[in-house]
Design a binder for this molecule. Structure first.
Ligand SMILES: [Zn+2]
Ligand SMILES: [Zn+2]
Length: 893
């Protein structure tokens, strides 16, 4: 690491070496002592491929973890992968389909074996991909939700909840995916607004004395109707309650019942009741003792309970046929377009079918109570706060959680059924059961597996060794921050709070930071199916991990989404790469000037830099540095990661590299005294700048920081102390006075640029309306001004010349730059004249075009608008040039 810095920053040449170096030194493990800071990584699916959403989520976590690690905390970022029941099973099922076979053909055992083989082969690739981003998770603690330890935790939790009566089995209407052939939780059935229809059907009274009209969005379910219900107080139907209808198509008699659940204001006020296919109807059916007629197979085809001619038809074919038959019988009252929310399987997007089936559920209300209290009492905090309101609303309206899945990949439900019908005992057990504990007879284990989230809701403690009382558990539970995309607030975050309260007696984290989503410039979520994604690893390869991280952090203000342009990744990621280059170049300059150890700026050493040795620029950069420390620290504490990045950027790029280093060059080159002081100040402020930036850009900062002379070869910036605020360094006098010099230099540079003064050409400057304070400051820093603004003569007082550029500084100082001798006025005038002439022609032509009715009425509005904008911009340029001509005293064009 002692070879000289390459002239160009090349991330590919250093990133993987640095990462290996960090790993070899075990820098990501929590320090053995100190206050813990714990972050649980949302475990990616074991078969997942890294996308920009992971990139954002993990960069944010890494920034927080690196920040707290540098602040001296025993930081633990705990990684893992999720076995992802449905998702992984689907992947392997697709592989089997390619081989012309199915999971049913090869059987459960062989299938599970096959999934394990697949997971071992491809799994956890995503964790290696996270390493390429620089993520500083403690990989030695990586877990998998199907590990033995975590599986033991799952069983323990199941059995405890079962024994407390909080897990039960029952026949209920669940969300069913006819493609995945499994039940889903309410959260797994994504509601999507869909354009459908509302069909109005007439059901004749059995005695032929009239009919009742009902409406439905799913006509095929009428084959399973068991009644029609009306509100008991609905005058229109009071006389009909208890009478019978003849169900069309099926030709079966069904009663008219009265039930409070019916909304008299909705539709006709009479509703069909299909207990086997709708959750509300199921409840009504229970209250009135109605039969549940299940007319569909698990694949959503019509079952044997449907009339013969419907059996085997797909649900949508059956729908069409039912409608046709109503129409043919003259019983179709009307059809209306109808927009409504339809559930879709979150794994395969198939329309979910509400289906009656026997499933396992968790009673959630008792678990929600302490989790809601933690939020209400302010122990659990959300950033941004609106996440808390959503959390509370979900908790208040919580429904029981369907946890059984008709899959083979996952934690098998730890319940055994006695095979002896007279005993029929059901046992939930922590260990496998082979004999019935009641009668000693044979047993059969439940076929289903648990919802994937039934293991991930436990990770804040199961990943630390629970149910054993491990040292890790004692030290690292509860954790601190959970950073996640809002999509899994209910799936995961809320449930972790509940399990933490129930099994650990405390919430698992104190703050939930809900960050935005990565979207394209049309605000569409990046996704494989839309083809609008950006591969984070491509970005790392082309621009470096630091550039990727910088773009993600700089773009993520609290409560907003991150916008990236998949068609223009240069615009998105070049700023970060340019910043890394700027740091590299500043570092090269500073480090090449630090021949030996520098003098200390504080402390009791004999050679300590005394305050009276500091120049105005030294005092100014130390004050700016102090301000940056306060700003960056405060922003990170408040999860304003983008503000932290911006403050560090301003300090390093503008203050340090563009101003301070430029200002001290004469001292460093030895033609002015105080070179050792400048070196000491540059070294310290650059060191601070690198540390402030390290959480966001870990690689380039480490590469430079390690090169400081005298650095111990094992020292890493990632475990160096976070810069401390030192109020003695704040210096409003230096900020104000150096600020005035910056303003003056900037004004002169701007006048030079606007008037095309050659870069090597010196200019004269006259300052009017000068206060005594400004005069003192500018006199003292004459050298800085003349050098940085290329000024040959600074005149205190008004100028008598006419030709030149003006500016006024914020303190009222009038700046005049005479240009008569700095540029060839005659040539500049004729150049400007030609330009003004050209613009005038353009403007005249454009005015004619826009004055033409033919054009403005026929062209698309956007085109006309663009033409108007062009005209406005030409007029503006024309004015600017005309003003310049006046300043230079050019004659009439
Ligand atoms: Zn599905
Ligand atoms: Zn038994």
């Amino acid at each position: 690491m002692t070879e000289p810095l390459a002239p160009q920053y090349n991330p590919a040449a250093i990133e993987s070496d640095l990462y290996r170096w960090w790993m070899e030194r075990n820098l990501f493990a929590p320090a053995p002592r100190g206050t813990p800071y714990v972050v649980m990584m949302p475990p990616p699916n074991v078969t997942a491929v890294l996308h920009m959403g992971h990139g954002l989520n993990n960069t944010i976590q890494d920034v927080l973890v690196r920040f707290e690690r540098m602040r001296g905390k025993a930081a633990l970022w705990l990684p893992g992968t999720d076995h992802a029941g449905i998702a992984t099973q689907n992947v392997v099922e697709r592989l089997l389909a390619k081989e012309g076979t199915t999971r049913f053909d090869i059987g459960r055992e062989a299938f599970v074996e096959r999934v394990w083989a697949y997971v071992r082969e491809t799994g956890a690739t995503i964790l290696d991909q996270l390493k390429a981003l620089g993520c500083s998770a403690d990989w030695s603690r990586t877990y998998f939700t199907l590990d033995e330890g975590l599986s033991r935790a799952v069983r323990e939790v199941f059995v405890r909840l079962y024994e407390r009566g909080l897990i039960y089995r029952g026949h209920y209407i669940v969300n069913w995916c006819p493609r995945c052939l499994t039940a889903l939780s309410n959260e797994e059935a994504d509601k999507e607004e869909t354009d459908g229809h509302l069909w109005h059907f007439r059901y004749p009274l059995a005695d032929g004395s009239g009919h009742v009209t009902v409406a439905t969005t799913r006509p095929e379910t009428m084959l399973g109707d068991a009644a029609v219900a009306v509100h008991p107080d609905d005058e229109r139907y009071r006389a009909l309650i208890g009478r019978e209808l003849r169900l069309p198509v099926v030709d079966r008699l069904i009663p008219i019942v009265a039930d409070e659940a019916v909304d008299p204001a909705f539709g006709t006020g009479a509703v069909k009741v299909t207990p086997a296919h709708d959750p509300t109807d199921f409840e009504i059916g229970k209250r009135h003792g109605l039969p549940s007629i299940d007319v569909m197979t698990p694949e959503a085809r019509m079952s044997l309970a449907a009339p013969d001619r419907f059996q085997g038809l797909d649900r949508y074919e059956a729908r069409k046929r039912v409608v046709d038959e109503f129409e043919a019988a003259g019983l179709l009252a009307k059809v209306e377009p109808h927009r409504h929310a339809v559930g879709h399987c979150y794994r395969c997007d198939t329309v979910v079918e509400p289906r009656l089936s026997e499933q396992w559920f968790v009673k959630m209300a008792p678990l929600a109570r302490p989790a809601l209290a933690a939020y209400r009492e302010g122990r659990l905090r959300f950033v941004p706060e609106r996440g808390g309101a959503e959390y509370a609303q979900w908790m208040e309206n919580i429904r029981d959680w369907c946890i059984s899945r008709q899959l083979w990949w996952g934690h098998r439900i730890p319940v055994w059924y006695c095979q002896d019908e007279r005993c029929a005992r059901i046992v939930a057990s922590r260990t496998d059961v082979t004999r019935c504990p009641g009668c000693g007879g044979g047993v059969r284990q439940d076929e289903d597996v648990l919802d994937t989230w039934f293991s991930s809701w436990l990770v804040p403690f199961s990943s630390l060794g629970w149910p054993d009382a491990t040292e890790d558990l004692r030290r690292f539970y509860p954790g601190d921050t959970l950073a996640t995309a809002p999509e899994i607030l209910f799936f995961w975050v809320a449930r972790m709070v509940m399990s933490g309260c129930e099994f650990m007696g405390d919430i698992p984290f104190k703050t939930v930071y809900l960050h935005g989503t990565v979207r394209d410039t049309q605000h569409r979520k990046m996704s494989k199916s839309l083809g609008n994604g950006i591969d984070p690893l491509d970005v790392v390869e082309q621009f470096g991990a630091d550039a990727l991280r910088y773009a993600l952090v700089a773009g993520s203000a609290v409560g907003t989404d991150v916008i990236l342009d998949p068609n223009d990744i240069i615009t998105s990621f070049a700023p970060g790469r340019n910043f890394a280059n700027k740091l590299w170049n500043a570092g090269r300059f500073i480090l090449s000037n630090l021949a030996g150890p520098t003098r200390p700026l504080a402390g009791r050493a004999k050679n300590v830099v005394r305050r009276d040795e500091l120049s105005l620029a030294d005092r100014w950069i130390l004050a700016r540095c102090e301000a940056a420390v306060v700003e960056v620290t405060d922003a990170l504490e408040r999860f304003r990661l983008n503000e932290a990045a911006a403050a560090a950027y301003r300090f390093v790029w503008s203050d340090l590299a563009d101003w301070y280093i430029e200002q001290i060059k004469p001292r460093l080159y030895g033609d002015q005294p105080g070179g050792d002081v400048a070196r000491a100040v540059a070294a310290q402020t650059f060191d601070v700048g690198l540390r402030l930036l390290h959480p966001v850009m870990p690689f380039v900062t480490e590469a430079l920081w390690k090169r400081f002379p005298g650095r111990h070869p094992d020292a890493s910036i990632s475990t160096s102390p976070w810069p401390r605020s030192d109020r003695r360094a704040s210096d409003s006098d230096a900020l104000r006075r150096f600020g005035l010099i910056q303003e003056l230099v900037t004004a002169v540079r701007q006048i030079r640029a606007e008037n095309s003064v050659a870069p090597g050409q010196n200019v004269r400057v006259a300052l009017g309306n000068l206060g005594p304070d400004a005069r003192r400051t500018l006199t003292a820093e004459l050298g800085t001004i003349t050098r940085l603004a290329k000024v040959s003569d600074l005149h205190f007082g008004e100028s008598t010349e006419r030709v030149g550029g003006h500016a006024v500084l914020t303190d009222g100082t009038a700046v005049f730059v005479p240009l008569g001798d700095a540029i060839d006025v005659e040539r500049e005038c004729s150049r400007l004249s030609a330009e003004v002439e050209r613009l005038l022609q353009l403007i005249t032509g454009q005015e004619k075009k826009l004055g033409n009715q033919q054009f403005t009425s026929k062209a698309p509005a956007a085109v006309v608008e663009r033409e108007r904008e062009k005209l406005a911009s030409w007029r503006e340029q024309h004015e600017v040039l005309a003003r310049k001509r006046a300043l230079l005293g050019c004659g009439n064009a």
